[in-house]
Design a protein around this ligand. Structure first.
Ligand code: ATP
Ligand code: ZN
Length: 295
């Protein structure tokens, strides 16, 4: 029997590509691409990579053409709302990259005061399923106009009164005289799998891959944080740090009132986190990356 290989679908080129390839790389996997650039082979594990348009990924995964895939939650949810399949793809886990928001945006001169303002209006979007679901949950009835692209020009062309579109910085909206008024859906990259179940051989490859992916994602945002602080501030500091585990407390030679605190934080540590730590009495704060971590 031919060797069983797990097939993963990722975006060929676009905002999900780099993060997807980077994730596989962090798992110790290198992809050698074929001549046609649509197909790649992983050297280190029995895994094949298919490079597709992101919109095709949910369908490929539900139709058995691929075993697993990486898509935006926005695309996956939209597909789920639009089609009812016998064997749809299933979510495995979010992956923490390609974050963006699906937002309702209206002309800048609207003084927007709530979802009710959209009643009876025309809203242009490439995400009719998600947009309708949001309107419904807010008890608003509006006319949703589906467009494949260039949604942001619809109000200027008088095709629609407002839009519902993917936003990351808002610059495109601004350039088209629009302002974001409500968040309809928050999205990030998502790992999905075929819902029918794998053969024992494929399941074993999948399990091995998931162990690596979970390990990479746990350590990705984790930081090792060290600082000096007054003994009296230990409780406040431990409580404040995001996702901190039990700290290691060390005595400082010659200073009975101060200690060194060392801990692993599982969420991002930002500059304002450091400012807050200083306010709580910490000094000489060091934040170090963690390369690998295993529970
Ligand atoms: P394809 O050619 O594969 O169909 P595309 O043009 O539809 O590509 P991209 O613009 O590359 O898609 O976006 C892919 C996904 O990346 C989106 O569905 C979304 O989940 C995510 N994304 C992250 N940031 C943004 C952003 N600023 N604008 C649009 N999508 C974003
Ligand atoms: Zn697409």
């Amino acid at each position: 029997m031919a060797e069983q290989r797990l097939r993963i679908a990722i975006q060929k080129s676009g905002r999900l590509s780099e993060g997807s390839i980077e994730l596989l790389k962090s798992c110790g996997l290198t992809i050698s691409r074929g001549k046609d650039k649509l197909y790649g082979r992983v050297q280190e594990m029995p895994i094949d990579v298919l490079l597709l348009r992101d919109d095709d990924i949910p369908e490929f995964v539900s139709d058995d053409a691929c075993d697993i895939g990486i898509v935006g939650q926005n695309v996956f949810e939209e597909e789920r709302l639009a089609v009812t399949r016998e064997a749809p793809a299933r979510e495995v886990r979010t992956l923490g990259f390609a974050r963006c928001k699906l937002m309702l945006a209206a002309p800048k001169d609207w003084s927007f005061d709530g979802a009710g303002m959209l009643a009876g209006k025309r809203i242009a979007t490439s995400y009719p399923g998600l947009t309708k679901a949001w309107l419904e949950s807010h008890g608003v009835s509006a006319c949703v106009v589906t467009m494949k692209g260039s949604v942001e020009v619809a109000p200027r062309l008088k095709i629609a009164d407002a839009v519902c579109d993917i936003v990351s910085t808002g610059a495109t909206l601004d350039a088209n005289g629009l302002k974001p008024v409500a968040t309809v859906f928050e999205s990030q990259a998502l790992l999905i799998r075929n819902a029918k179940g794998f053969s024992a051989a494929k399941q074993a490859i999948f399990d091995a891959l998931m162990k690596r992916i979970n390990g990479v994602l746990t350590s990705r945002d984790a930081k090792y944080v060290m600082m000096n602080a007054p003994r009296s501030a230990i409780a406040a500091i431990t409580e404040f740090l995001p996702g901190a585990e039990a700290p290691t407390i060390l005595d400082l030679a010659g200073n009975p009132d101060k200690v060194a605190i060392h801990m692993v934080c599982r969420e991002s540590v930002f500059w304002d986190t450091l400012e807050e730590l200083k306010k709580l009495g910490a000094s000489a704060i060091l934040v170090l990356p963690i390369e690998k971590m295993m529970a």
